[in-house]
Design a protein around this ligand. Structure first.
Ligand SMILES: Nc1ncnc2c1ncn2[C@@H]1O[C@H](COP(=O)(O)OP(=O)(O)OP(=O)(O)O)[C@@H](O)[C@H]1O
Length: 220
């Protein structure tokens, strides 16, 4: 499957946030968006999902224009920056509610075994992020959009989520954004830098320095 986001123009009030956007993502590949705070990364993911309506946008799936919001097709799941699992749900029930096996989850994340009967709102920010990222990544959707999946996670947990991304990408399109650029570089097959409202495809990693996203010497 091929997913393309093209010709996006987003304004908030009179301020132009996005223009000159082109992004292509394909099954089997991880496609990432890097960029400074406030450059429009979350907005771009929300536009892709269909949750935010810009002035213009063109989405193509396998070359054909998509005429309804992506979320209505059932192809896609979106991990937002905010917590989306309702408070009060027990952890074991959360997995069940999303049609996932508790046992398989525990194989990857055994430290959650003792939290089986804990309520989701009693978990730490990082624990909650792991559950939410796991649920979205393991969903049966063909497209997963992840907005800052690594936030609040410890280094070991980030590594496990990266491993999971690598496993899940085999039959999914994964599009993600995060500020932890080293992890993004590690896990991505294709990277776009969002700057001045436009996307630039990163051909070699030192482009990230040339485009002033990173300081000179960060990549070496
Ligand atoms: N609902 C809104 N109304 C007005 N302005 C908004 C709204 N949502 C976002 N913005 C502005 O649009 C710009 C892009 O925001 P967005 O959240 O997409 O950036 P981001 O790159 O994801 O930022 P960060 O890396 O800090 O999460 C920012 O300047 C933000 O202040």
């Amino acid at each position: 499957m091929k997913f393309e986001l093209d010709n996006v123009e987003l304004y908030f009030k009179k301020k132009r946030i996005l223009s000159g956007i082109y992004l292509k993502a394909e099954s089997g590949l991880v496609t990432s968006i890097l960029g400074a705070n406030g450059c429009g990364k979350s907005s771009l993911l929300r536009i892709a999902f269909g949750d935010l309506k810009p002035k213009y946008k063109l989405i193509r799936i396998n070359g054909k224009p998509l005429l309804k919001p992506l979320y209505k097709t059932g192809y896609a799941k979106f991990l937002p920056q905010y917590n989306f699992i309702p408070n009060g749900m027990k952890l074991s029930f959360v997995l069940k509610a999303y049609d996932l096996s508790w046992e398989k989850f525990i194989k990857n994340f055994d430290e959650f075994e003792i939290l089986k009967n804990s309520k989701i709102n009693n978990l730490s920010g990082g624990q909650r992020r792991i559950i939410e990222t796991y649920i979205i990544l393991k969903s049966k959707s063909k497209i997963v959009l992840l907005d800052e999946p690594f936030s609040h996670m410890s280094p070991l947990q980030v590594e496990r989520i990266k491993k999971l991304i690598n496993e899940e990408k085999k039959d999914k399109i994964v599009i993600l954004t995060d500020h932890m650029y080293k992890h993004i570089i590690d896990v991505s097959d294709s990277i776009y830098l969002l700057k001045n409202g436009a996307t630039m495809q990163i051909k070699k990693l030192t482009d990230l320095e040339d485009y002033k996203y990173l300081n000179e010497g960060s990549i070496s």
